[in-house]
Structures are given as structure tokens and as C-alpha cells.
Design a protein around this ligand. Structure first.
Ligand code: ADP
Length: 735
């Protein structure tokens, strides 16, 4: 993200004059004034000053150190940055949503400069607009449809089709034969007219049935050849395109598994599903129906042009006369066509994502009685897709006849000129017929090619969307010299700072040492950063600053596969895959024997309820385990964790949503599970942390307290307040 815009020349001179050699560190645009009208402004930050330029004039200047606090605030569809000067809040600038992340950085920069630190802030966030043309990217992509090179998009596909190259050679040969036969057919028609029908009807030749039969048989043979080639072509193109779709699907799917959570967080599930299924389908359709056809059309077009010009260049010139008109016409409407198509595509994508969201969250919709709203919203979106589709199709419905009409001008001219040549006996009727057939071939090809940009941009967008995922470098990868280590479970976090958005840290300067075998409770208010600490420990994200060490090895230098196989997780929201209980317990260790699974289930207090089902361990859990209760799901998750025998165990509010009896069963299971392992347990119910050796208290992303329950109670800090508040709540509930 650009944090240092270049000033226009005049403004640059103005500011440099004022700065007297002081360096501009950051320069951000702002585009609104306090009344919400658009302005052309720049927010300039030097080491000591803020200078505001508005519509080419210097609007104001502030000394950074005079500000006590700087805050970038999100408003409705806009934002503002303010500073506190002498206890008074002063709004410095207003800006549209586009600049909100930029000013979140500015807030950090100003607060650091205000306390005399020199900020080392580099933005890794991406712009939402194409840097080349300034147009918005396609939603949730970095694709600028305007700058997208179709050639490079199709070039990428070439790499994927390489292993099946021989199929494409067969397709080329078949099309070449097809074009040859199609070009030969009008010649046979001409011979029928000139060598059989006309001489026989004028009496210059006796009626000869064998000649007629011969030519008709020749036409039948041509038709048969075209049909046979068509069948062969269909077989081969289907084979080639389905292989391509399969390879693309596999590539995207494997890539999604490799990608970091931060990237997946940004993408909606529906969006990724669209790329795996819809976009690959589009590419398959394109290769099967359009690209292969294009080869045929090109062969035929070239063949027809050569035949026309060899035969009679004057008539050929008449035939191609409308082509420049068609090209100019198509060029004129191309941009509009492209835009209409893109709008339609964006709306359809939105509709699909919405549908995906709603189907995934259908229980929530029903629980809150929001069916009407969900239906209304879907209907609105479906209506706008309909409107846009109709608009595009109406446009095409007008465009195609217009092109056809332009081309009939050529036919009319040929008929007129050809007929005059026939009358002057410089051309035979059969030749005119042959020529007109070639001309109709030519116009057919042109009509087909006029549709090609639409099909191509549809396919190029799909290809780009697929390759955007494929080309994305996962943020979390194994270092070159990453090691497979058998860990004991000592954890050390050193000055760890992390934010999901780099400009908004949610874990700040966290340093903590945990010994192997210790049970650590992680508490704090909601949003304090507890889950984020866990995410960092599991290396779902990498820290922005600082390091995490496991047994003295930097987590970045541990191979992910080996590290993850030694971590066990029991999350609040247990996710079970549709399949049997056995498959779910075995998920992280597919090679586990039945005995191992049963032992794990017994430790997890799950065996008894599992065998009470008619199908025991083979009971299917339904989609996401919906046929099981929350407590049952959690005990299966515990069994899953037991089975992998992890050295580090992470429990996220594992007993949050179950009744007391089940909680007791789960607590028992957990007690057995945590024995001898380093355990970090997030808990809201502090009573569940009775077994904790030490407790980490997070507050606004910082480690506020760390120690034993007794020490923290004596301290009478945040932990003490939380415990007291919960005691009060329990007392009230008991009443
Ligand atoms: P806790 O577990 O203590 O409730 P979290 O670690 O989940 O807190 O969240 C800390 C902060 O990070 C919150 O402000 C939350 O909104 C934000 N946050 C959590 N997950 C994400 C995410 N995937 N993307 C962006 N922000 C997030």
C-alpha cells in the first residue's frame, strides 16, 4: 500500500519551500472535507510536522510532538484522523473508505513520532486498485480486467495442457481435414450444376444418370466425412478439455491446502469454491467448444479467402468489402460489451457467495427467524442478475443482426456482379453458386469471430482467477533448513507483536516462557487476543515482530509437518467431517489401529456413548457432526487429540457449551489428556482452570499478569476482578 504519494509539481514546490530541507517521510492523499464534499488534499508527515494541503494550498500545519494522542476513526463509509492538542480534540483530515487503512498506519506513525521514536513502518497491505490504470480490481481478486493480458492468460493454460499435447495435435489434424472437406463441397456443387444439370437441361449432353449419381454420391461422401470427423473431434476435445479441467481443479484444491490462513480468511468459502468448480468448468467449456472450434474457423477462413482470391479477385474484393465495416463496428461496441459482461459476472459472483453463506449458516437464519430477510435479499440479488443478463442479451440480440446485415451487403454485391458476369457468359452458374457458398462461409466465420471477444474475456477472467490462487505464495512456508525435531514442549515467546492487519496489532510485545509439562490457563476479556496467541503458537500466522521458540528452536525453523504432528487441539467449535466416528477420531493419524482408537475414546470418556449407538464406531456423524450433541462432539475431538499423543496441547474453551454432567466427563477426560503435556487452555469459566500451574492474563493484546492462581489473587489485579465477577454471577445464579 502506497504511503508516500508523489506530490504534483506545484504542490511539491510549495511544500519544499515551507520545509526548508526537512524530509517528507510519508504523504497520504485525503479526499473529503468536514462537510463531506470532495477535495484534493495531501496529508504530509515529516519527522516533526504535519502539513495539510487542500486544493493546491497549504491548509494547516501542526507540530507532531504537540499532539498527545492521534486516532484514525472509521465513520460510515468514510474515516477521519484526529489529534489531541492541549486536551482538545482536533480533526486533521477526512477521507473516503479507500484510504482508511492508510490512515490506520498514519495513526501509528504519528503516535511513534510524538514520543520521539522513528517509525519503521512498511505497509504490506495491497492496494484495491490497479496501479497501472487506477481502475478497481475485480472483487476479492487482484485482477484488473482492463489491463489483463488475454495472451498471457492463455499462455498459462498452455503449460497445463502440455502433458496432453498429442490430443491437441489430433484435434488440429481433424479440423484441418474438416476444413478441407468443407472447402471441397462447393466445388462438387458447381460440377453438378455446370457438368450435369445445365448441359443435360439445355440438351447439349444426353441425360446421364451415372454422372448425376456420381456427384450426389460425392456430396454424400463429403457429408459423411464431415460427420465422422465431427464425432472424432468431439471425442478428442472432450477428453482433452476434461483432463484440463481435472488438472486445474486438482491444482487449485492442492494449493488451497497449502495457503496460509491469512489468505483463506480474506477469501470467502464460496469464492474459493467458485474457482475450483465454476471457473475450471468455464475453462473446460471454452477449450471444448470455443478454442477447438476457433481452429476450425481459422482454417476455414484462410482457405475460403485463398479460394476466393484465386478464383476471381474482383468478386473476392467485393466479398471482403464489408469486413472493415464489421471490424470498426465491433471495435466501437467492444468496451461497452466488456463492461456489461463484467458487471453481470460480478453480480453473479455476489449472488453465489451469498447463497453459499446462507446455506452454511441456515441454522442461524432459522434460529433468528430471518428467513423472510434472507429470501428478500436473495430475490433482490437474483433480480439484479436478471436485469443485467437481460440487458447484455438484448444488446447481443441487436448486435448480431446488425453484423449480419452489414455482411449481407457483401452478398448482394456479389450476386449483382456475379449475375452480370453470368449474363455476359464470363462466369458459369455453377461458379457463381460456388463463389456464393464460399462467401457465405466467409460471413459465417466473421459472425463467429465477432462473438469471440466475449467468450475470450469470459475464459481469460476465469483463467486469471484460477491462476491468482495458483500463483499466490503462501505466507507460511518451511524455511530451507527447517528441521524435523521431536519436541518436549518448552515454549518461549520473545517480544511477539502481531496484527491481522499489520497496522492494527492485536498482540503487543508479548514475552513469556512456558516449561514442558506445564498447564497454562489463558484468560482475559473477549477480544483481548487469547485466540490470537494460540494461532501464533500453532503457526497459523507468523508474528510481525519477535520470535517464538519451541525447545529453543525458532518455530520458523521447524518443519511444519513435524511440528503440527506434535500439537493437539480441542477447539470450542468442534469440527467433525461427514463420515464415521472412527474416521473422525483417526483423522490426524489415519494409520491408527482400532485398539488405539478405542483406547483414545476411553481416555476421552467417549467409548461408552459411542458403543451405545447401534453402529458403534461406524456411526455416521452427519454433515459437520450435526447428529451428535456438543458434548459428544467435544469428547470425539479429545479422543482425536489423545490419539496423536501431542507434546503441546491447546484447549479453547473446551467445556463452554455443555451441561454440568457432561462437563464433568469432559473435565475428567481432559485431566487424563493433559498429563505430561504442555497445555495451554483458554477458559472463560475460571473454575475450569483449577488444575492450571500458571495463568496468563491478556489485556488489550498485552500480557497483563502471569503467575499462579494464588499469586494473581493476592495481586488483586485483572484476574482477581474476573474471578470476583464470576463468583458474584454464580451466587446470583444460585439464587
Ligand atoms: P479473544 O480470543 O481474546 O476473544 P481474539 O484473539 O480472537 O480475542 O481477537 C483479538 C482481536 O483480533 C479482536 O479485536 C478481533 O476482532 C481481532 N481478530 C480476531 N481474528 C481476526 C481475523 N481473522 N481477522 C481480523 N481480525 C481478527
Amino acid at each position: 500500500m502506497n504511503l508516500n504519494y508523489a506530490l504534483p509539481q506545484r504542490e511539491d514546490l510549495l511544500v519544499r519551500g515551507l520545509l526548508c530541507g526537512e524530509e517528507i517521510l510519508y504523504c497520504l492523499p485525503y479526499d473529503l472535507n468536514e462537510r463531506g464534499s470532495y477535495v484534493d488534499g495531501y496529508f504530509i508527515i515529516t519527522k516533526t510536522r504535519i502539513i495539510l494541503l487542500c486544493n493546491g494550498e497549504i491548509a494547516s500545519e501542526y507540530k507532531i510532538k504537540a499532539g498527545e494522542d492521534y486516532l484514525a476513526e472509521d465513520l460510515v463509509s468514510s474515516g477521519r484522523i484526529e489529534g489531541v492538542f492541549g486536551g482538545e480534540v482536533c480533526v486533521l483530515a477526512y477521507y473516503t473508505m479507500e484510504h482508511v487503512p492508510r490512515y490506520a498506519y498514519a495513526q501509528r506513525i504519528l503516535n511513534e513520532l510524538a514520543v520521539g521514536e522513528m517509525p519503521k513502518i512498511e505497509s504490506i497491505d495491497d492496494e484495491k486498485k490497479c496501479p497501472k490504470c487506477g481502475r478497481a480490481y475485480l472483487k476479492r481478486t487482484k485482477i484488473c480486467p482492463h489491463c489483463l493480458s488475454k495472451i498471457s492468460a492463455f499462455g498459462k493454460i498452455a503449460m497445463v495442457v502440455k502433458p496432453s499435447w498429442y490430443l491437441y495435435v489430433i484435434i488440429l489434424v481433424l479440423f484441418w481435414c474438416n476444413s478441407g472437406v468443407m472447402l471441397y463441397q462447393p466445388l462438387v456443387n458447381r460440377y453438378i450444376v455446370d457438368r450435369a444439370i445445365l448441359p443435360m437441361s439445355s440438351g447439349t449432353m444426353p441425360l446421364s444418370l451415372p454422372i448425376l449419381v456420381f456427384y450426389i454420391a460425392l456430396i454424400a461422401a463429403c457429408n459423411l466425412a464431415v460427420s465422422l470427423i465431427g464425432v472424432g473431434r468431439q471425442y478428442v476435445t472432450t477428453e482433452a478439455s476434461s483432463r484440463l479441467a481435472r488438472d486445474l481443479k486438482n491444482m487449485v484444491y492442492s494449493k488451497v491446502q497449502e495457503l496460509s490462513i491469512s489468505y483463506l480468511d480474506e477469501q470467502k468459502t464460496g469464492n474459493l469454491m467458485n474457482r475450483i468448480s465454476r471457473d475450471t468448468q468455464r475453462v473446460q467449456n471454452f477449450i471444448q467448444n470455443i478454442a477447438s472450434q476457433a481452429v476450425n474457423e481459422i482454417f476455414l477462413l484462410l482457405g475460403v479467402l485463398i479460394a476466393l482470391f484465386l478464383y476471381n479477385w474482383k468478386m473476392a474484393a467485393l466479398a471482403v468489402l464489408p469486413i472493415p465495416l464489421v471490424v470498426v463496428f465491433c471495435g466501437g461496441v467492444h468496451d461497452r460489451m466488456h463492461k456489461m459482461y463484467r458487471n453481470q459476472w460480478v453480480k453473479m459472483d455476489k449472488l453465489n457467495s451469498f447463497l453459499n453463506d446462507i446455506l452454511n449458516g441456515i441454522r442461524v437464519v432459522k434460529a433468528f427467524g430471518q428467513e423472510e430477510r434472507a429470501i428478500g435479499q436473495f430475490q433482490d440479488d437474483a433480480e439484479s442478475v436478471r436485469r443485467l443478463t437481460t440487458k447484455t442479451e438484448h444488446f447481443y440480440a441487436t448486435l448480431i443482426p446488425a453484423i449480419r446485415f452489414l455482411m449481407t451487403l457483401g452478398s448482394l454485391m456479389i450476386t449483382f456482379y456475379g449475375a452480370s458476369l453470368v449474363l455476359k457468359e464470363r462466369l458459369s452458374v455453377g461458379e457463381l453458386l460456388q463463389f456464393s457458398t464460399y462467401a457465405s462461409y466467409l460471413y459465417g466465420r466473421l459472425e463467429w469471430f465477432s462473438m469471440l471477444p466475449r467468450w475470450m474475456s469470459e475464459a481469460a477472467n476465469a483463467i486469471e482467477r484460477i491462476f491468482e490462487v495458483l500463483d499466490h505464495e503462501p505466507e507460511i512456508t518451511d524455511e530451507k533448513n527447517a528441521v524435523d525435531a521431536d519436541i518436549k514442549g518448552n515454549i518461549s515467546m520473545v517480544n511477539v507483536t502481531f496484527g491481522y492487519k499489520t497496522y492494527q496489532p492485536v498482540v503487543k510485545n508479548l514475552s513469556v516462557d512456558i516449561n514442558h509439562g506445564e498447564m497454562i490457563g489463558l484468560v482475559g476479556h473477549s477480544g483481548a487476543g487469547k485466540s490470537t496467541v494460540i494461532n501464533l503458537l500453532m503457526r497459523l500466522y507468523d508474528a510481525d515482530e519477535g520470535d517464538i521458540f519451541i525447545d529453543g528452536i525458532n518455530i520458523r525453523n521447524l518443519s511444519q509437518a513435524s511440528f503440527k504432528s506434535q500439537i493437539g487441539v480441542v477447539l470450542q467449535e468442534t469440527f467433525l467431517f461427514s463420515g464415521t466416528i472412527l474416521e473422525n477420531i483417526r483423522y490426524a493419524k489415519p494409520e491408527a489401529t482400532i485398539d488405539e482408537v478405542i483406547r483414545a475414546a476411553k481416555i476421552a470418556n467417549a467409548h461408552d456413548f459411542i458403543v451405545s449407538f447401534p453402529n458403534g464406531y461406524d456411526t455416521r456423524v452427519g454433515e459437520r457432526g450435526q447428529r451428535l450433541s456438543g458434548g459428544e462432539r467435544q469428547r470425539i475431538a479429545i479422543a482425536r487429540a489423545v490419539l496423536t499423543d501431542p507434546k503441546i496441547l491447546i484447549l479453547d474453551e473446551a467445556t463452554a457449551s455443555v451441561d454440568t454432567e457432561t462437563e464433568q466427563l469432559i473435565q475428567e477426560a481432559l485431566k487424563r489428556l493433559i498429563k505430561g503435556r504442555t497445555t495451554i487452555a483458554i477458559a472463560h469459566r475460571l473454575s475450569t482452570l483449577k488444575n492450571a500451574d500458571r495463568i496468563m492474563v491478556m489485556d488489550h493484546g498485552k500480557l497483563a499478569e502471569f503467575g499462579t492462581h494464588e499469586a494473581l489473587m493476592q495481586n488483586e489485579g485483572i484476574y482477581y476482578t474476573l474471578v470476583m465477577a464470576q463468583k458474584k454471577m454464580s451466587a446470583i445464579k444460585a439464587l
